[in-house]
Design a protein. Structure first.
Length: 197
C-alpha cells in the first residue's frame, strides 16, 4: 500500500463519524463567512460615516498585510492584523460629524472627544467572539512608547508594531515608494530606534 493511502480498516472506523466531521466542516465554513461578513459590514459602515477614513483603513490593511507577509507572520497573526487595520478607526462612527469632519484644527474639547474613537472601537469589537485580539489592537492604535499616545500612553510591543509602525510606513512616502522588502527593512529599523524599548 502506498504511503499516502488510508488503510481500509481506518476508513471503516471513520465512516460512522463522517456526518459529524462534515457538519463540523460546514460550521467552520459558516463561522468564517460570518466573520468576513461582519468585517465587511463594519468597514462599509465606516465608509458611510466618512469615506476618507474608510479608504485610509483599506490602504492601511493592504500595506500592513504586505509587510506582515514579508516578515513571515503566521496566518492567525495575519488575520488579526487585517481585521485590526481595516477596523482600527471604527470607533469614529461614534464621533459627531461636527468634530470628525471639521476642516479646521480641533479645539481641546473636540480633540478629547476624537481621542475616544479607539475606546469606542474596542468597546464594540471586544464583544464579538474571535475579535478580542483585534479589539485590543484597535484600543492601542494611537499609543506610543514616548508616553504621548492615548488612551493609556503605553502598549505591548506587538500591538505597537502591528499598527503604529505599519501606519507610519503607509503615511511616509519614502517608505511606501519602495518594494515590500524595503518597507519591511525600514520597519525593522524603526522598531529598533531609540524611541522603542
Amino acid at each position: 500500500m502506498p504511503n499516502n493511502e488510508i488503510p481500509t480498516s481506518t476508513m471503516r472506523s471513520l465512516a460512522p463519524c463522517a456526518p459529524d466531521l462534515l457538519r463540523i466542516k460546514q460550521l467552520e465554513e459558516q463561522t468564517s463567512a460570518l466573520r468576513k461578513s461582519v468585517i465587511c459590514a463594519f468597514n462599509h459602515l465606516l465608509d458611510l460615516k466618512d469615506l476618507n477614513t474608510g479608504v485610509h483603513s483599506t490602504r492601511l490593511a493592504e500595506w500592513g498585510m504586505r509587510v506582515a507577509r514579508e516578515l513571515g507572520l503566521e496566518e492567525a497573526e495575519l488575520q488579526n492584523l487585517e481585521v485590526a487595520a481595516l477596523l482600527h478607526d471604527i470607533g469614529k462612527v461614534g464621533i459627531p460629524d461636527s468634530v470628525l469632519l471639521k476642516p479646521e484644527r480641533l479645539d481641546a474639547e473636540e480633540y478629547a472627544l476624537m481621542k475616544k474613537h479607539s475606546e469606542y472601537g474596542w468597546a464594540v469589537l471586544r464583544m464579538l467572539p474571535g475579535f478580542e485580539r483585534a479589539a485590543l489592537d484597535i484600543l492601542h492604535h494611537h499609543e506610543s512608547f514616548d508616553g504621548k499616545g492615548y488612551p493609556a500612553s503605553s502598549m505591548p510591543l506587538m500591538r505597537w508594531f502591528h499598527l503604529v509602525l505599519i501606519e507610519k510606513a503607509c503615511h511616509t512616502k519614502k517608505l511606501c515608494a519602495g518594494s515590500t522588502r524595503q518597507v519591511a527593512l525600514s520597519l525593522t529599523l524603526l522598531s529598533s530606534s531609540p524611541s522603542s524599548p
